[in-house]
Each structure stands twice: as C-alpha cells, then as structure tokens.
Design a protein around this ligand. Structure first.
Ligand code: NAP
Length: 738
C-alpha cells in the first residue's frame, strides 16, 4: 500500500504505545516504526523485544523525520510532550494520540499550537488491560475492539482517512465522534465503573473490621465487579482530573440511583426493588443488542448480508410467521396500563417493539420476558406509571414515540422522548399540535422534531379532531390521551387507517364508540388485564402467500394470521388474480380477527389492481410485483405513488431488479406495468430494503437460474428468522454474512 508514510513515531512505549508499535511493525503498512520513551532503557527494551524497528535517541530528530506521530503517554503528560515536539513538526505531519480523555488533550494542543495543525486528529482505543509498560505490549490488543477518532474542525479529511486506515490495520473498528460526546460517553461507560471499583475495594478494605475475612470469602460477584480496580492508579488519577465535569455529572446520577435503592430496601419496597432489577437486567440485554447492532457501532450496513438462491422448488407444510408489529407495541402499552397481569404470546421481538417495552420498564412497570415471544406484564393501572429516571429512548420507533406522547401528555410527571438520528429527523408536530389543543404542554426541537419535552400535571380536555391526513399513529395517540381527558375525545379520519388501538382497547374491556370514520373514547374507564396471542403479521405472511401462489406443487398453511379488514388487501388482490386461497378457523383474539390461511398453487392471471385496494396492501406491493411477473398476461399497478417514499423507492427497486432478471416491466409515476413471463437469474440490489430482499427471494421459486440479492441485512430486524423459515417451507436460499 502506498500511503506515503515512511516513518511512524510512537512516543511513550507503554502498554498502548508498545502494542500499537508492535501491530504496525508486523503489518508493515505504516513504514518503519520508531519508538521513543522518556526512559531510554524502556526504548532500548522495545527494540530488543521486537516492538519497534528503531530506537530514537533524540526526540527532535525523530520528530523531524516522522510522517506520522502517535502520542501514547499519560493524558497529564500530553501538553508537555506536544510542547517538546511542536518546534520540529513539519506542516504535513500527521499527529494523533491515544489518551483516554479528549477535551483536555485538545485544550493542551490549543495552548501549544497557535493554530491547530490540519494533520491533528485525536483518538482513543477502547482496549487495554490492567498491565502497563512495554513488556505488556500485545499486537492483538486492538483486534475486534473499537477505536474512537474525534476529528476537529481543523482536521483534514486525508488525515482522518489515513488514521482510520492505521487503526483498521491493527484489526480495530473505527468510530467517529465529537470530543464532547466522547468524554461524556466514556465518563459513563468507563470512567465511572473504574471509580466505583476502586471505591468499593477501598471502602471494604478500610472500613470493615473483619476485612481479611471479607476478602478471603469474597464470592464471584466481588471479583467480577472489582477486576478493573487492578488498573494503573496514576492513569486513573489523571483521567479523573482530566474529565472532571463529565465524571461528576455521571457520579451524581449514580448516587441518586443508589440512594433510591437504599430507600427501597429500608422501607422493604419490593415493587421498587424488583422493578429496578428487572429493568436493569432488561436494559442490559436491550443495550447489548443495540451495541452489537446499531447505535454505538458506526453503522449496521458495514455488516453486509447477501442472499443466494437456487432456482425452483415449492413451499409446503404449516408455518407461523412472526407477530404483528403494531399489535405487539399496543399489547405492551395497554397491558402496562391495565389492572392485573397480562400474558402476551407471539410478541415480535424486533428493535421497535422492544423499545416500547423498555419505555414502560423505565416508567416502573415490571415486565418479564420476552422469551420466545412470551411476555408477562404486571399492569399498574391507568394512573400507576412512575417518573422515568431519565429521557425515554425509543431508538428508531416512530410508533413508540407518537403513541407514547399521547399517554405521557396526561401523566403527573415530566418526560422527555428521544430517538436515534433518523427518528430525530421525523415530524412530530402532527401529534404535538392536536395534543396541545387538548391542553398538553409539549416542547419540540426545530420544526416539530424530537426530542419531545412533555410537561406533566396538565389537565387535558377532550376534543373532536378532524385529522388532516390519514394516520393510525395520530389517531391512536389522541385516543390514548383521551383515556385521561375530561369528557369525550373523538377523531375522524379522511381515509381508513389501521384500527388496532380501538380493537385492543375493546379487547381490554375499555369502551370505544365507532361511528363511520369517527372513533371516540371517554375517560373514567378501566383496562382489565387479558391474554393476547399476537396475530402473525399479514405483511410477513405475504411473502409465503405469494410463494405458494406462484410455485407449482405448493400447499402451505400460514397459522394464526391477523386478518384485520384494514390489512387484507393482499388477500383480495391475490384472489382477483386467481389464487387458490382459503381462510380457515376464523376467530377473534384480543379484539383482532385472525385465521389460518391455506394457499395452494394455481396459475395466476394479470389484472389491473383496483386502486381502492392499494392502501390496504401498500406494504405488500414488492411481493405482488413478483406475483405479477409470474402471472399470465399484463398486471397494472396504479395509484401507488406512496411506494416511492418507503424505505427505498419501491417502484424503482422492483423495476430495476425484475428487469435484471429479464422480466418485461415498465415503471410509471404511480405504479408499474408488468408482463408475466419467465424469470431468469442474476444479481439484484435490495437497496437496504427488507421487503425488496424478501420478494426476490420468493421470486427464486420460479427463476431459471441463481439469483443473488445484495444488502439484505435489514431483513433480520423486520422479520427475525426469515431465512430459516423460508428454508423450512422449501425456498432454496442461503445467507452470506461479511
Ligand atoms: P503506560 O503503560 O504507563 O505507558 C505510558 C508510557 O509513557 C510509559 O512508558 C511512560 O514512561 C511514558 N511517558 C510518560 N511521560 C512521558 C513523557 N513526557 N515523554 C515520553 N514518554 C512518557 O500507560 P498506557 O496504559 O500505555 O497508557 C498510555 C495512554 O493510553 C494514556 O494516555 C492512557 O490514558 C491511554 N489509554 C490507556 C488504556 C489502558 O487500558 N491502559 C486504554 C486506552 C487508552 P514512565 O513509565 O517512565 O512513566
């Protein structure tokens, strides 16, 4: 590789400097590795044990010759070292550091340099051990660990790119963050835990008379919790002073939490204790999932998933697809507000519904699970929610944020609702505005965007609201607020939207008045705990319905599928195309109609899809395009312009993909014209859109050659276990990760 780095100088040959030097020396991508330590013996040792190529005698000379300089000294020594090297640094030299705190290193650099060099990019490897000194150097220390770079306004993009490559060459994953955020995050996740470990060992050692016994009999918990108290005291002394403010803020927050627990124990408050422990355990699982998947690691799309399908086959047997997302959200909300214990089965364990679950745990509701889709909710009643310990984070879930805002507007305590970067861009005015009409006090960021700061203790009054746009989320939000508002709250919708909230309220025994397109509730009622077997999601079932409809020899039964009238467009359309589809065992569960759907292969014919069915099947169109490509004759889709603003432009994605497989298809502004015929093989792009990926997987049943589908990583979030279920049913698909 030619990166113009001929000499890399590492200043400070301790654990981190030595480990980096050794990794770079071995991979040979960053020139010769020169080492310098203030203790010449340490530098010589580095040379002898093969950590560096050259031991520098003179710091000035080494700096003049270096293309890249890494400062690996204690944070307290950074300013002195920067001052020592400043006179000898060339303009184009790259400089970085490995310090555990960042604001103080940047402040030191600002004092040393009149203007910050463009080659300066501070960094921090999130890797280490309790050892120190060059003897502890380990070239694998950074493998599969994160390194945070904190580029400054002055940092050039070339410098950032080269330093990214440098850390990647050691096997690390590189993230970028601003300096302040870094110090805040590290104060909470690293500095505070170290401080607590040191403090616990010290307190027990000093204050207990029988401390020898305590240490002799110390059980695993003590050992695990205090392992990090074996770290270098000087380093931690330096870090505490260097990141004083952020650490104090975290410490205060922690002290408040501990004193709440103290009070709970003192007053034998089992509910609080159990609540804290269950919440903490669930939060740990929730955040580990987020940590390994999305939020903290730079982006999920780094981890690519490709589907490879073999042509032909048929689908047979009985299968059950995951639970409906909308209903999963609502089961947690209403279960939490009910009196008594609600048992939920078939809960969709996706990021979004888990975010709702976590929100209610934050508000003191004890919720067990989910384990294999089973959740037990110990309802606290309509007025039993408690103030959450901090802002409620709902990740990427718009449903959680919009529905919760209605409930929270009526609570006695203040709350703040936040989400991830993409949710933070979405409009919340559509719920905040009508809630304000009811008397809610809600502050939003610019243009009505999250975070939402909701003031507690407001008296809400019922209103009648004519929704300007058809939105199930807005309707549900207002009806939930209406449970607490004086008088009646009614909502009229301009076009039918999903009515899961109304149905589930009824399922929990709460009266809902339905008059044409108007739904209304009045306060003063009560929710009674119930059992909810969340129906399988009809949108997920669609892929298998289409699979059976197009593949000769298929006979498949999809169990317990939700057939809410606002969602059954796919059944109507497939029947119009000639599909052999039968609803069996129709019943009602928690207010929702469900059925087993049996579908057998029968030749399909092309149709003009009636526009009144489009809103009832809007998510199902990618799969319907595949059905149309296998039908005899022409299928016309119109009135479906909304498809262009989904997770991808679904019209374009399907047109491009089907064309790549040799299908005669033409996109129109609000749909497409598809000629049925043969499907060939080839490579298609799913554009990170889970429904596009799954649709092409289904197309393989009628393809004449292998189809490779790129960018399928999002399938796992919306439809956990899709590939395994598809294989069980008979689709020949394999998943490649990497
Ligand atoms: P270490 O093993 O003690 O190494 C630091 C080295 O720097 C020692 O050899 C030290 O020499 C030398 N040094 C001190 N002042 C110097 C100066 N003015 N000029 C040249 N050399 C000097 O410490 P470390 O664990 O590698 O930590 C180094 C940096 O990495 C720190 O900023 C720390 O915050 C950061 N870091 C550490 C970890 C971790 O887990 N250890 C993790 C991430 C980041 P003496 O021995 O003579 O003092």
């Amino acid at each position: 590789m030619n990166n113009n780095i001929n000499k890399t100088l590492i200043i400070g040959l301790g654990l981190i400097g030595g480990s980096l030097a050794k990794a770079l020396k071995l991979n040979r991508q960053f020139g010769q590795i020169v080492g310098y330590d203030r203790d010449p013996e340490e530098t010589q040792k580095g040379l002898q044990i093969g950590v560096i190529d050259i031991a520098a005698d003179s710091l000035a000379e080494a700096v003049e010759q270096a293309d890249l300089i890494v400062l690996a000294v204690p944070v307290k020594a950074m300013e002195k070292v920067l001052g020592d090297i400043a006179p000898f640094i060339a303009e184009e030299t790259l400089i970085t550091d490995v310090g555990s705190t960042k604001a103080n290193v940047v402040a030191a650099a600002q004092r040393v340099f009149s203007s910050l060099p463009t080659g300066f990019v501070p960094g921090h490897p999130i890797a280490g051990s309790e050892k120190s000194g060059v003897d502890a150097a380990d070239e694998t220390l950074f493998e599969q660990h994160k390194v945070i770079l904190t580029p400054l306004a002055e940092s050039s993009s070339e410098a950032v790119n080269l330093l990214t490559l440098m850390w990647q060459s050691t096997g690390a994953e590189v993230l970028k963050m601003d300096v302040e955020k870094h110090d805040e995050v590290l104060a909470a996740t690293s500095h505070l835990p170290h401080l607590l470990a040191f403090s616990l060992v010290d307190t027990l050692a000093q204050e207990q008379d029988n401390n020898t016994d305590i240490f002799r009999y110390a059980a695993g918990g003590f050992r695990d919790f205090t392992r990090i108290a074996g770290s270098d005291p000087t380093m931690w002394h330096d870090i505490c002073l260097a990141n004083k403010e952020a650490i104090l803020a975290q410490l205060d927050c922690f002290i408040r939490g501990v004193s709440r627990l103290r009070t709970a124990i003192d007053s034998s408050d089992s509910e609080s204790l159990l609540g804290t422990f269950t919440r903490a355990r669930a939060a740990r699982e929730h955040f580990s999932r987020i940590l390994s998947g999305t939020a903290y690691s730079q982006d999920m799309s780094d981890q690519n998933v490709t589907f490879h399908t073999q042509p032909g086959g048929s689908v047979n047997g009985r299968i059950r697809v995951p639970g409906d997302k909308s209903i999963s959200h609502r089961s947690i909300m209403l279960g939490s507000l009910a009196d008594g214990v609600t048992e939920v089965t078939g809960f969709l364990e996706g990021e979004d519904s888990l975010a709702t679950l976590q929100s209610f745990r934050d508000m003191g509701v004890v919720i067990e699970g989910p384990t294999d889709g089973e959740v037990t909710i110990y309802g606290v009643g309509l007025n039993g929610l408690k103030e959450p310990p901090g802002p409620i984070y709902v990740g990427n879930s718009g449903t959680s944020m919009r529905l919760l805002s209605g409930l929270l507007a009526a609570q006695s305590f203040d709350t703040e609702l936040t989400g991830d970067a993409s949710l933070t861009k979405r409009p919340m005015g559509r719920v905040a505005d009508p809630l304000r009409l009811m008397g809610a006090e809600i502050e939003t960021a610019d243009n009505g965007r999250p975070p939402l700061k909701i003031k507690g203790g407001q008296k809400l009054s019922g209103i009648h609201y004519d929704m300007p746009m058809a939105s199930a989320q807005v309707k549900s939000c207002l009806l939930l607020a209406g449970l607490y508002a004086d008088g009646e709250t009614s909502v009229t919708e301009p076009a039918p939207t999903r009515d899961h909230t109304e149905r589930m309220l009824t399922g929990f025994g709460y009266p809902v008045k339905q008059d044409g397109s108007t739904a209304a509730v009045s306060s003063g009622g009560q929710l009674h705990a119930t059992r909810i077997d969340v129906p399988a999601d009809i949108s997920s079932a669609t892929f298998f319905m289409v699979a059976a409809a197009i593949a000769p020899g298929s006979d498949l039964t999809l169990e317990h599928v939700g057939i809410n009238p606002t969602r059954i467009g796919i059944i109507n359309i497939l029947r119009l195309m000639g599909a052999d589809l039968e609803l069996q065992n129709e019943r009602e569960v928690g207010g929702e109609p469900v059925a087993d759907i049996r579908i057998k292969y029968a030749p399909l014919k092309g149709i003009h899809i009636p526009e009144d069915q489009v809103p009832l099947a809007i998510d199902e169109f990618p799969a319907l395009f595949v059905a149309a490509a296998c039908a005899e004759g022409t299928t016309i889709v119109s009135g479906a312009e909304e498809l262009r603003v989904k997770e991808s432009d679904r019209i374009q994605s399907m047109v491009d993909g089907l064309k790549a497989l040799g299908v005669d298809i033409e996109g129109t502004p609000d749909g497409a014209i598809i000629q049925g015929g043969e499907i060939g093989g080839g490579v298609v792009e799913s554009h990170d859109d889970h429904r596009i990926a799954m649709s092409f997987c289904v197309a393989s049943l009628r393809a004449t050659a292998e189809i490779t589908i790129n960018e399928c990583q999002n399938v796992a979030t919306s439809f956990p276990g899709f590939v395994e279920l598809a294989q069980t049913a008979g689709i020949k698909v394999e998943k490649e990760e990497g």
